[in-house]
Ligand binder design. Structure first.
Ligand code: SF4
Length: 363
């Protein structure tokens, strides 16, 4: 341990300044990783990983102009727009995902916001996937309070709405809706009782301070997101970002570590971009506190490593899938009477806590 390294503030804490967060981001790499892993072990079993599967239920033709996205109708990506998928097909895909080990099923539609005519179909998807015993997540664009309430009533567990980047860099990436619009939707989701999934994308031409500021925004929300996806840009042909500079892998790991330290109880997900990452880089991300990935060989319109590769990697690392009942300590807290039939009597997270590493820095 470098005795002169910047000392991160005590946990738990609710408010970060940009300067405090930047000091942590700039720590010597080994100190940062050790710090992140120490925080991680306070809240999670470090050898468990949450597995989600993402399905595009309505692809392309989106009126928004997100500069990284092949689904925008404003970019010449060659992607043709599809109609909203039939409910039965969505449920069949979810059933397959569950059989492959996914505990959460995420459904994404390329919309500015859901239209009333589509709501019954969307609600039926949530009810159908929920009936399989899976957690449900949707990303449908901006929501109003009435829409959020109906999604909640149908059984939606999570709603994804990324802030994408820092507020100051945001206008270089998207112009058709504002940063404030994004935060408004996150507030609506939180107010409805649905859990929040919100993160961003690295590789949009942002600087280190933008990455720090984005995490400060998320960590300082009235309640931090339960799920924080960190994407590495996959440059898509025909989009304004198709020639964006690649993200430095060490900088990516640093961002994961900072997210873990600032949002110690959130699931931090390595989302898009894993096809461009080596196994070693992904392992380093897990050590830095990432504990969630998307399974499968497709992520909306982009490639993903696929179940076989991921299972081999997790096997090599001695990591096991997290069960659905391990996800939400505030609801079940691992007590025996919250466990599904056949589950071990002790929550693995609690078992891990009994073997917690010493915590030399954090107070
Ligand atoms: S990221 Fe979402 S909102 Fe933006 S263009 Fe793509 S589908 Fe539309």
């Amino acid at each position: 341990m470098n005795a002169h390294a910047p000392q991160p503030p005590a946990l738990p804490r609710r408010h970060w300044t940009a300067a405090e967060a930047r000091a942590v981001m700039d720590m010597p790499f080994m100190d940062l990783l050790f710090q992140a892993q120490t925080v991680h072990r306070r809240h999670f079993d470090p050898n468990r990983i949450q597995l989600s599967r993402l399905l595009s239920i309505k692809t392309g033709g989106c009126p928004e102009d997100c500069g990284y996205c092949s689904q925008s109708a404003r970019h010449d990506s060659g992607l043709s727009a599809s109609k909203l998928m039939e409910v039965e097909r969505v449920i069949a895909e979810a059933r397959r995902a569950k059989a492959a080990g996914a505990t959460r099923y995420c459904m994404g539609a390329a919309w500015r916001s859901p239209k009333e005519r589509d709501m019954p179909q969307v609600l039926a998807m949530i009810e159908g996937v929920k009936a399989l015993g899976m957690e449900t997540c949707m990303t449908l664009g901006m929501l109003d309070a009435g829409q959020a309430a109906r999604l909640k009533d149908a059984g939606l567990d999570y709603y994804n709405h990324n802030v994408d980047t820092s507020e100051s860099h945001y206008g270089n990436v998207i112009t058709t809706r504002s940063y404030a619009d994004r935060l408004d939707t996150l507030a609506v989701v939180r107010g409805s009782g649905i859990k929040v999934c919100s993160g961003g994308i690295l590789g949009l031409g942002e600087g280190t301070q933008d990455r720090v500021d984005m995490l400060v925004t998320l960590a300082n929300l009235p309640e931090p997101p339960e799920s924080v996806p960190v994407n590495m840009l996959i440059p898509m042909p025909g989009t304004p970002m198709e020639n964006a500079d690649p993200v430095d892998p060490i900088d990516f790991v640093r961002t994961i570590a900072l997210a873990r330290i600032m949002m110690p109880q959130s699931h931090v997900r390595i989302a898009a971009g894993r096809t461009a990452m080596s196994d070693e880089l992904q392992a380093m991300c897990f050590f830095a506190g990432a504990n969630s990935i998307f399974m499968g060989d497709r992520l909306l319109t982009a490639a993903n490593p696929g179940d076989d590769h991921d299972m081999r990697l997790l096997g090599k690392l001695g990591m096991a899938p997290m069960m659905a009942w391990e996800h939400a300590p505030e609801e079940g807290d691992g007590k025996a009477d919250d466990l599904p039939e056949g589950a071990p009597a002790e929550c693995p997270r609690r078992a891990a806590e009994r073997h917690e590493m010493p915590v030399p820095i954090l107070r």
